[in-house]
Ligand binder design. Structure first.
Ligand code: IPM
Ligand code: MG
Length: 350
């Protein structure tokens, strides 16, 4: 199992190194034969090659079975011209070039974080949502343009692009206990959403066991706050998914807890859903759990090793249950640990 390691910028290097500590422990326990191949990515790659996803890194990635990515971006790169060379564009390029159209972001409620969330006690009991975000279409990749005084982006989706992500979401819903799928769009306004909804309804015929609901994105944003446990699997287009996944991260207590898997090609990519947090970079205080849980998803989806994935997830739960927390999660009763110590605590419980 060869893993491409793209640490990126900001807190990227420290959270990825923390995840590697945990992966190494799992490797030892489960005999996975993990090998790493490091490559520069994001601003770190721009500094050396003038490109956030240079050919040198692409070559390394293409020889691997899966990718573990930290985060990209920092204020000093925000003014790079042309904007196509900014770190975030590297992220879009790697997603697109590897055909990673299906982004999975699971959101769970951790009762040991009950005091961290803004919801009343009990309201989140049993919360277990999977957001299935389309990742290689829509406004992120549509026709765009600008001059001095005007600019535009376009959302465009083809039928096959919608079909494949929607089918994946139905499959996922079908294999879960509650078998509920919410498709989220803006079909009262957008043509692309009207096609989206039509395709969803067509595919729904193949999945009679799945309970399907359509929601407009504005309503969905509100429902996620007022009645989040109604959701099971959510499927939506790229930009709506980006926004709703950050919103949903609040349900899990911290954006630092939200992992992600990007699937659909030969090589899958695993990264935390959060950004590079330049303000806390290099201080050993960032929460590595989203990256560690992304490594668990790597073992589940790329290595097809459910037991190894579970071992990581159980160890994360055990550490939190022991009230060992990074500063973003801690209260006065917690034992506060740094990024690397958190990884060691998790590894020790595997
Ligand atoms: C995410 C991020 C990215 C996105 C940014 C960094 C380009 O917010 O993975 O959710 O918008 O997809
Ligand atoms: Mg985002």
């Amino acid at each position: 199992m060869k893993i491409a390691v793209l640490k990126g910028d900001g807190i990227g290097p420290e959270i990825v190194e923390a995840a590697q500590v945990v992966l190494n422990k799992v490797d030892e326990k489960f005999n996975l034969g993990i090998e790493y191949a490091e490559a520069l990515f994001g601003g770190a790659a721009y500094d050396v090659y003038g490109n956030p996803y240079p050919e040198e890194s692409q070559k390394i990635v293409e020889q691997c079975d899966a990718i573990l990515l930290g985060a990209v971006g920092a204020p000093k790169y925000d003014t790079i011209e042309p904007a196509d060379l900014r770190p975030e564009k590297g992220l879009l390029a790697i997603r697109k070039s590897l055909g990673l159209y299906c982004n999975i972001r699971p959101i769970k409620y951790y009762d040991f974080l009950a005091d961290r969330v803004i919801w009343k006690k009990g309201l989140l009991d049993g919360l277990d949502i999977v957001i299935c975000r389309e990742l290689t279409g829509g406004a992120y990749f549509g026709k765009r343009g600008h001059d001095e005084n005007s600019a535009y982006d376009t959302i465009s989706y083809s039928r096959p692009e919608i079909e494949r992500i929607v089918r994946d979401a139905f499959e996922m819903a079908k294999n879960r206990d509650r078998k509920i799928l919410h498709s989220i769009d803006k079909a009262n306004v957008l043509d692309s959403s009207r096609l989206w909804r039509k395709v969803v309804n067509e595919i729904a015929v193949e999945y009679p066991e799945v309970e399907l609901h359509h929601l407009y994105v504005d309503n969905a944003a509100m429902q996620l706050i007022v009645n989040p446990t109604q959701f099971d699997v959510i499927v939506t287009e790229n930009m709506f998914g980006d926004i709703l996944s950050d919103e949903s991260a609040a349900l899990g207590g911290s954006l630092g807890m939200l992992p992600s898997a990007s699937l659909g090609g030969k090589i899958s990519l695993f990264e935390p859903s959060h950004g590079s947090a330049p303000d806390i970079a290099g201080k050993n205080i960032a929460n590595p759990i989203a990256t560690i849980l992304s490594a668990a998803m790597l073992l589940r989806f790329s290595a097809k090793n459910e037991a190894a994935a579970r071992a990581i997830e159980d160890a994360v739960n055990a550490v939190l249950a022991d009230n060992i927390k990074t500063p973003d999660l801690a209260d006065e009763t917690s034992k506060v640990v740094g990024t690397m110590e958190m990884a060691q605590e998790i590894a020790a419980r595997i």
